[in-house]
Design a protein around this ligand. Structure first.
Ligand SMILES: Cc1cc2nc3c(=O)[nH]c(=O)nc-3n(C[C@H](O)[C@H](O)[C@H](O)COP(=O)(O)O)c2cc1C
Length: 171
């Protein structure tokens, strides 16, 4: 995927695609830091910022994580996986906090895209959420919301597909 510069927000939103195959190149820490920072600028109810992130770089840890999802090939391919948690200690309303964490994930995907990186939001792994939390040894307060793979795309650029905006407007 080529880096696109000077994107306006709608163009970036339109052009971002889920990437499931990556090169071996490891993204620089500066890029990773920007992705995490973007996540933290998401809105949240009462500005409670109910998110936590665990970055997984080690192959050994990824090899353990892959066992919890049928999308193991994506985890194998990605040089980085960011596990995203809701901090239930910071929570004030479960539904709103989950939405805030979702907003933080979308920020990450868009910032990564701006930096020329591909991502994939993995949700299926939540079917084994408690096992993953135990495996990663995170505190009881942290509830897994998603894993996001990050790396340089090794895929052809594809065009996304969405229904027309009108079809979502209630009359
Ligand atoms: C909540 C959520 C869960 C997802 N879980 C997975 C997943 O487990 N595996 C996967 O390959 N893609 C997953 N995706 C990515 C979607 O399949 C993808 O966003 C959708 O098909 C649209 O494609 P695009 O991101 O390229 O526009 C998930 C996306 C979201 C928002």
């Amino acid at each position: 995927m080529k880096t696109k510069r000077n994107l306006n927000i709608l163009e970036a939103i339109r052009q971002r695609r889920s990437v499931r195959q990556y090169t071996e190149k490891i993204p620089a820490d500066e890029k990773l830091n920007r992705i995490i920072e973007a996540a933290t600028w998401a809105p949240s109810g009462l500005n409670n910022q109910p998110w936590k992130f665990k970055v997984i770089r080690e192959k050994g840890v990824k090899d353990g994580l892959r066992k919890f999802t049928k999308y193991r090939d994506i985890i194998d391919s990605a040089p980085l996986v960011i596990c995203v948690f809701m901090d239930t200690g910071a929570t004030y309303n479960r539904e709103k906090d989950i939405m805030s964490v979702g907003a933080s994930i979308q920020n990450m995907l868009l910032e990564a895209y701006e930096l020329g990186l591909g991502t994939c939001w993995l949700g299926e792994i939540l079917n084994r959420r408690e096992e993953v939390e135990k495996y990663l040894g995170v505190e009881d307060d942290y509830e897994l919301m998603a894993c996001v793979t990050v790396g340089y795309s090794d895929e052809e650029v594809t065009k996304g597909c969405r229904r027309m905006p009108d079809s979502f407007l209630l009359k």
